[in-house]
Design a protein around this ligand. Structure first.
Ligand SMILES: [Zn+2]
Length: 264
């Protein structure tokens, strides 16, 4: 079973400075058993950096309308069942299990604040400026603010398919963004600027690993850290040169298909 000390030692191998704001994506199950679970992992991260941000996404608010803009990577009218199960966004709504137990632990921390995007909110400690930058049309603006502040992204037991910073590069390169809809107490909110599919993002590893990625292990999990700004710049350059890069090869991936159709 992993201890707090094991986590601290593993994170030390990444040589992270406490002043670097961190965007963290994590899957605790990759570690094996941790004494104290998510709370221990969060404690180790807070001992590593003064500022932390994680996604607190709430996919259960999403609804699919009968019609909408064309080439939107969605099958309109296909939400008959899921729309009935959708929940109103509420600031205290738990983060989706898909973004992991650590993200929910951070959201629940007494010093944590949360942005108010009804699908793609972030939560964090000492990242107020980043959280305030988020808009419906630019849901990943908080990641851009951390990049400008010299922030790093840390992947704990997850790969680049969880790396939201890559979506920011897609936007910067002019790649098609999508529109999604969320249920809120004041009605259905249109969320433009919604990012594409990340299933093909591991293709980025070969490009960025030799440049600036630091890797270590904690228990069974591979952990990695990379600086946000150079990452976003390298991926933006890649997408400008190869507009089809990082798309997935799923046969029924509507979002990647829409990007291919649009030619960007
Ligand atoms: Zn895809």
């Amino acid at each position: 079973m992993l201890s707090y000390r094991d986590l601290i030692n593993g994170l030390k191998d990444l040589d992270i400075q406490p002043s670097w704001p961190l965007l963290v994506h994590a899957s605790l199950s990759a570690f094996g058993e941790v004494r104290g679970g998510a709370e221990t992992v969060l404690g180790a991260l807070l001992a590593t950096s003064d500022s932390l941000m994680m996604p607190a996404f709430t996919y259960r608010t999403m609804v699919i309308p009968e019609t909408g803009p064309p080439e939107n990577g969605i099958v309109y009218g296909s939400g008959e069942k899921t729309n009935r199960m959708a929940e109103f966004f509420w600031p205290t709504m738990p983060a989706d299990p898909m973004v992991g137990a650590l993200a929910e632990q951070l959201r629940l921390h007494p010093h944590s604040k949360r942005s108010n995007h009804p699908i793609l909110s972030f939560s964090g400690i000492n990242v107020e400026k980043a959280l305030e930058s988020q808009t419906l049309d630019h849901p990943l603006a908080p990641v851009g603010v951390l990049a400008q502040q010299g922030g790093w992204v840390v992947l704990l037991g997850v790969d680049h398919t969880a790396n939201t910073a890559i979506h920011l590069a897609e936007r910067a390169a002019g790649r098609r963004q999508f529109t999604r809809w969320a249920l809120t107490p004041t009605g259905i909110v249109e969320c433009t600027g919604f990012p594409g599919c990340s299933d093909g993002f591991n293709q980025v590893a070969r490009l960025v690993e030799p440049l600036f990625v630091r890797k270590a292990k904690i228990g069974a999990a591979v952990i990695q850290a990379m600086p946000l700004l150079p990452l976003i710049e390298a991926v933006t350059d890649l997408l400008e040169m190869q507009p089809g890069a990082l798309l997935c090869d799923g046969v029924d991936c509507e979002r990647c298909d829409s990007v291919r159709t649009a030619g960007q």
